[in-house]
Design a protein around this ligand. Sequence first.
Ligand SMILES: NC(=O)c1ccc[n+]([C@@H]2O[C@H](COP(=O)([O-])OP(=O)(O)OC[C@H]3O[C@@H](n4cnc5c(N)ncnc54)[C@H](OP(=O)(O)O)[C@@H]3O)[C@@H](O)[C@H]2O)c1
Length: 321
Amino acid sequence: MNNIPEKAKFALINNFGGPEVFVIVESALPSIKPSQLLIKVHAVSVNPIDWKQRKGNHKFLLGAPFPITLGYDVAGTVMACGEKTKQFAPNDEVLGVLDNKYGGAYGEYVQGSEKCFVKRPKELDKEQAAAMPMVAMTSLQALRDKANLKPGETLLVNGASGGVGHVAVQIGKILGAHVIGVSSGKNEAFVKSLGVDKFIDYKGTNLLELPDKVDVFFDAAGIYAFPKVRHLLNHGGRYVNTLPRPSILWHKALQLFTKGKKAKTLLMKHKPQDLQQIVEWYMQGELKVHIDKQFDLEHIQKAHEYAQKGHSLGKNIILTA
Ligand SMILES: NC(=O)c1ccc[n+]([C@@H]2O[C@H](COP(=O)([O-])OP(=O)(O)OC[C@H]3O[C@@H](n4cnc5c(N)ncnc54)[C@H](OP(=O)(O)O)[C@@H]3O)[C@@H](O)[C@H]2O)c1
């Protein structure tokens, strides 16, 4: 039987606002439902959704159930299993994206549905394991499911040095595409190291005036709406973004006038088979997440201050143990 304490450390927020709203407290562990696991957290990564939710951007959808523990991406050890779980046992090492309202991984323990996790092989360290789930599932589902990217097609990844973009470049290469990576010039060497066939510095080039068209425009950085870039797509080309901007319904209406070009928005889905595929690509040496900065839980404010600038090189993580 695992030794589970009654209390543990959590980074909580008691109101929405800037990074200063975080407080570190000792608090009771969360209880688990029959379909959930209790996880001892080793590492968590910071995603833009975390700092957007900290600001209160989703309060109309999710409410304000303070105190709130944020954080979705987690690597940890299974400490207890709900009676309806089947796949895991105590002491299993796991990674996943939580499906709880507001996440909950910014602490030493978290509860999560069994379907959110896969086992972590020992070759995959906890830092990589915490950094990859959300960005890799987002990129895979955007390119494979929304863009239907085919070998030999040209893929442009806008924001190729960020969390989602730098993984999308690698998945684009795995799927056989000719990949163009766009970021600021200071990150050229990094983006080239990911295997892009061509690099574009968005500060030195007006992306909207590119002479060559592409088959898939993946706006990982969320800069351009479909109407702005549809002229850059080949006939039958696809534009995919990760923010519903303009809205999904507006996308559908616009497509009526775009001669076979399609616009799609990706909202990541919890699919353990996708997470398993990502782990396998890691094990085969085809996919790796770049860790920009590491923080401990006490420095969560600094982690958010840095991440929300929107210029990270890959991912930032928080180590809890
Ligand atoms: N829908 C979903 O399921 C889902 C899942 C994950 C993420 N997302 C969303 O995806 C977006 C990106 O997430 P992320 O984790 O990749 O963020 P990130 O790590 O902060 O990366 C943002 C990247 O954007 C680049 N960038 C900034 N301004 C740019 C510009 N004008 N043109 C081109 N690139 C620019 C930056 O590169 P430089 O430093 O070189 O400027 C940076 O590398 C966020 O809005 C997030 O909420 C959605």
